[in-house]
Design a protein around this ligand. Structure first.
Ligand SMILES: Cc1cc2nc3c(=O)[nH]c(=O)nc-3n(C[C@H](O)[C@H](O)[C@H](O)COP(=O)(O)OP(=O)(O)OC[C@H]3O[C@@H](n4cnc5c(N)ncnc54)[C@H](O)[C@@H]3O)c2cc1C
Length: 403
C-alpha cells in the first residue's frame, strides 16, 4: 500500500488549528487542514470582533517565529502594560506593572479573527478542506483515515483534533474528559468609557463573577463580564442604557461612566480536561484538550504552548526516522503539556471558587478583606506565568525570535 498522502491532518482551523498548520508546514510536514466553516476574514473596515484574547509575550514569540506577528501587528492590537485587580471599593487592590518583569508590556489584546486570518493567509502548501466537517475516522496500523461530510477521505500518519471544546476526534476515539459547567456566562462587547484605559487591564471581582475591561487600540475597551446564568440572562435582556448604568456600577466606575456598547454576546463557561491527549495516530490540542474559565485569559495561550511542544516532538521524531503517529512518540507531547495545563486549570478554578458566591466562610473572609489579599497573591503568580508563558527550558518556537 502507498504511503499516506499527508503526514498530519489537522481537524479544526480556529486560532490553534490554523497556527498549528502553519507551524507544521514550516517544519517540513505535508499538512491537510479540515475546517467546518469558511473563516470570516478580518478587515480594518469592520468593527472589533466580539472575541478578543489577551496574548502573552511567550505566545507573541511563537507567532513571530512563524512569521505571523507582523501581519497581526499591522492589524489592530493593543498592548497592556499593567493590571488592576480589586474587589471592594476602597478595599485592597493589586497593581501590577510590566516593569516588574522587565518586559515592554504584559501582553497584547488581539481580535481572534485577526490571528485566524493571519494564519490562513500564511499557509502555502497546506491542503485545505473547507467547508468540510469531520464525520468519522478509522485508525489503521500505518495511517488514519478521516471521512468528511463532503464525501472526501483524507489519509495521514497522524490526525490532530483542534476542533475546540466539542472535539469530534476526541469523541470518535472515545477519549474521556473531566469537568463541569460553571453555571456562568461571559458577556462580551466593545464599550466606550469616560476615562482612558491607559493601556491597563482592569478587573473587579464581584460575588457574581469578575468584570473586566481590556484595552483596545482605538481607546475603547473589550468587556468581559462573568456572571451567573440568571444574571447574564437578565443583562442580555436589558436595553443599552440600563445595561451601561449596571456596568458602570459593577465596574466601580473605575474608568468613569460607561457611555456606549457595541453589539454584545454571552458565552457559557466550563472547565473541561481530556484525561488523555493522545492515542495511536491521534492527538488533541487547544480547547479540544482543555477548556478553562476565561477570567485569567489563558485558553488560547495554553493552546499555543501546546503547539510549540507538539511541533518540537514531531520534528525530533521525524529527524530520527521515527513514526510520528506512534503512541510512544505522542506521549512525549502529552506528558509535559497535560501536567502544565492541569496546573493552570486547577489554579484558575481555585481562584474562581474563592471569589464566587455571596454566602459562607469565604464571603465572611472577604468581608474582612482577608480573602482578597490571600487570593490576589496566586492571581499575581498566574499573571507572571501568563506573561512569561513557560516554565523550564522552552521549545524553539517559544524562544525570542533571533535569540
Ligand atoms: C469569553 C471568552 C474570553 C476568552 N478570552 C481569552 C483570552 O483573553 N486569552 C486567551 O488565551 N483565551 C481566551 N479565551 C479562550 C479562547 O477563546 C479559546 O481557548 C480559543 O478560542 C480556543 O481555540 P481553538 O482553536 O482550540 O478552538 P476553537 O476556537 O473552538 O476553534 C475550533 C475550530 O474547529 C472547527 N470545527 C469544529 N468541529 C469541527 C469538525 N467536526 N470538523 C471540522 N472543523 C470543525 C470550528 O469551526 C472552529 O473553527 C476566552 C474564551 C471565552 C469564552
Amino acid at each position: 500500500m502507498s504511503a499516506p498522502r499527508h503526514d498530519v491532518a489537522v481537524v479544526g482551523g480556529g486560532m490553534v488549528g490554523a497556527v498549528l498548520s502553519v507551524a507544521l508546514e514550516q517544519a517540513g510536514f505535508k499538512v491537510a487542514l479540515i475546517e467546518a466553516r469558511e473563516p470570516a476574514p478580518w478587515s480594518a473596515n469592520d468593527d472589533y470582533d466580539l472575541r478578543v484574547s489577551a496574548v502573552s509575550p511567550a505566545s507573541r514569540n511563537l507567532l513571530a517565529n512563524l512569521g505571523l506577528w507582523d501581519a497581526v501587528a499591522a492589524g489592530r492590537i493593543s498592548p497592556y502594560r499593567g493590571m488592576r485587580v480589586w474587589e471592594r471599593p476602597g478595599g485592597p487592590r493589586l497593581d501590577f506593572e510590566h516593569s516588574a518583569l522587565g518586559l515592554p508590556e504584559l501582553g497584547h489584546i488581539i481580535e481572534n479573527n485577526l490571528i485566524v486570518t493571519a494564519a490562513w493567509n500564511r499557509m502555502a502548501a497546506v491542503r485545505r478542506y473547507c467547508p468540510a466537517l469531520l464525520e468519522a475516522l478509522t485508525v489503521e496500523s500505518d495511517r488514519v483515515q478521516l471521512f468528511l461530510d463532503s464525501g472526501e477521505t483524507v489519509e495521514a500518519r497522524l490526525a490532530i483534533g483542534a476542533e475546540g471544546a466539542r472535539s469530534k476526534v476526541r469523541d470518535l476515539a472515545g477519549m474521556a474528559t473531566r469537568g463541569w459547567a460553571y453555571g456562568q456566562r461571559c458577556t462580551v462587547g466593545t464599550v466606550t468609557t469616560e476615562r482612558s484605559h491607559q493601556a491597563i487591564a482592569w478587573q473587579r471581582f464581584l460575588p457574581t463573577g469578575p468584570v473586566a475591561f481590556l484595552p483596545l487600540a482605538d481607546g475603547r475597551c473589550s468587556l468581559a463580564w462573568h456572571a451567573d446564568d440568571a444574571l447574564a440572562h437578565t443583562l442580555s435582556a436589558l436595553d443599552d442604557s440600563t445595561f451601561l448604568d449596571r456596568l458602570t456600577e459593577a465596574s466601580d466606575a473605575a474608568l468613569g461612566q460607561v457611555t456606549a456598547v457595541a453589539a454584545r454576546a454571552a458565552f457559557p463557561l466550563q472547565l473541561q480536561h481530556a484525561q488523555e491527549y493522545v492515542r495511536p495516530r491521534l492527538a488533541l490540542i487547544g480547547d479540544a484538550a482543555h477548556v478553562l474559565h476565561p477570567m485569567a485569559g489563558q485558553g488560547v495561550n495554553l493552546g499555543l504552548m501546546d503547539i510549540a511542544t507538539l511541533v518540537d516532538v514531531l520534528t525530533r521524531a521525524r529527524d530520527k526516522s521515527q513514526d510520528i503517529g506512534a503512541l510512544r512518540v505522542l506521549k512525549r507531547y502529552q506528558r509535559p503539556r497535560r501536567a502544565e495545563n492541569a496546573l493552570m486549570l486547577g489554579a484558575v478554578d481555585g481562584i474562581q471558587k474563592l471569589f464566587a458566591g455571596s454566602t459562607g466562610l469565604l464571603a465572611e473572609l472577604r468581608n474582612q478583606g482577608m480573602a482578597s489579599l490571600n487570593a490576589l497573591s496566586p492571581l499575581k503568580q498566574l499573571m507572571i506565568q501568563q506573561a512569561t508563558g513557560f516554565s523550564g527550558s522552552p521549545p524553539p518556537l517559544l524562544r525570542p525570535p533571533g535569540g
